[in-house]
Ligand binder design. Structure first.
Ligand SMILES: [Cu+2]
Length: 375
């Protein structure tokens, strides 16, 4: 390993020249190039020296107030109900998936903007849904207004880099590749351009669901949620424009740990809804880039759990670990009305840093199952 690291350090000049020439850098080179302190996107050494001075996070010129949030900020939090429906076919197909990388100012909490890097303008990016046996064609476009190269590594791919090298695109470019979805399950996709934790840490991840040939059992509601942490230079709800803090990323001490890209994004007017008696499926991923989630639904028990996104199921689980760069796929019955709170049960992250979402279940009380005893 030491030899590999030394080799990586000696390759710094090559990596820099390759990047200047717009060449795709092999994934292992990408990993090792984390020590390239000439790279403004390096999240480690250079950031420790100057954590706020990152070109990609400059406060936009269009902002009218240097102390306020960006005037261009939009909601980037993915609607957890905005997902494709179940696959209803019995034969494999050639499926074309078009994705666009978009760098944009968005709300990291209701008062604070941040320059996110995204797939299709939301965090997480779109949930892709295919069937086992499908041939999947990925076409990745890097928006011409962007400042950075991007690519996509899908964990559902069997092949080098998960497609990252085949899709590395400069702003204005489109590249693609095909893969065969051989293994059913739920898989993370993410950007893998160096410095990878910086790209992922700006919001570049999503899930791809590969349904088994037999399909999934019918449910009443499906939701799509991804945890991720944001290494920015201020704590939640302080307002203004937050900037990337590479030193915090190096120490793995984020100020925000959230679901769907924003502090408490899926609460209030944006809470999820179901009816008493509904069977609910959640596709839950963890973009990281670094933290492992202890995912729990307060007041619920996971009836069917596909641990780590695998096709096989286990049952009756309270809290499940979701690795960084991993996922889970779970089903619940909600028979009692009320608000059910989704958390990372590393509770400081939930209570202080934003990893809270709410599912509101409406309907008649069910005292046989839950019965508060008044004085
Ligand atoms: Cu990227």
């Amino acid at each position: 390993m030491t030899e590999m690291l030394n080799e990586g350090l000696s390759r710094r000049g090559f990596v820099k020249r390759a990047a200047a020439l717009g060449l795709a850098i092999p994934t292992i080179g990408a990993l090792l190039s984390a020590c390239n302190d000439d790279d403004e996107e390096n999240g480690a050494a250079s950031a420790a020296a100057d954590s706020d001075d990152h070109e990609g996070d400059d406060h936009p010129a269009s902002s009218e107030d240097d102390d306020g949030p960006s005037a261009d900020a939009v909601r980037i939090a993915k609607d957890p109900t905005d997902i494709p429906g179940p696959i209803n076919r019995s034969t494999p197909e050639h499926v074309v998936v078009e994705l666009e990388t978009v760098e944009l100012d968005g709300w990291i909490d209701e008062e604070t903007s941040f320059k996110f890097w995204t797939f299709n303008g939301t965090v997480p990016g779109p949930m892709v849904r295919v069937r086992e046996g499908d041939t999947v064609e990925i076409q990745l476009t890097n928006n011409s207004d962007n400042q950075h190269p991007h690519n996509i590594d899908l964990h559902s791919v069997l092949g080098p880099g998960g497609g990252a090298e085949a899709t590395t695109v400069s702003p204005g470019e489109t590249r693609g590749f095909e893969f065969k979805a051989l293994h059913p399950g739920v898989y993370v996709y993410h950007c893998a351009v160096p410095h990878i934790p910086t790209h992922v840490g700006h919001g570049m991840y999503g899930l791809i669901v590969v349904e088994p040939e037999a399909g999934l059992p019918d449910v009443d509601k499906e939701f799509y949620i991804m945890q991720g942490e944001f290494y920015v230079n201020q704590r939640p709800n302080q307002g203004g424009h937050a900037n990337w803090d590479g030193d915090a990323q190096w120490r793995e001490q984020p100020n925000y740990v959230v679901f769907n890209g924003q502090f408490q994004a899926i609460t209030g007017d944006h809470a999820m809804h179901a009816q008493v008696g509904d069977r609910v499926r959640m596709f839950v991923g963890n973009g990281g880039p670094n933290l492992v989630s202890s995912f729990h639904v307060i007041g619920g028990i996971i009836d069917v759990l596909h641990r780590e996104g695998q096709a096989e199921a286990t049952h009756n689980v309270e809290t499940t670990l979701i690795p960084a760069g991993g996922s889970s796929w779970m089903e619940f019955d909600f028979d009692v009305p009320g608000n059910y709170i989704l958390v990372d049960h590393s509770l400081g992250r939930a209570i202080d840093k934003g990893a809270i979402a709410i599912l509101t279940v409406e309907g008649d009380d069910n005292p046989e199952i839950f019965n508060p005893l008044d004085d």
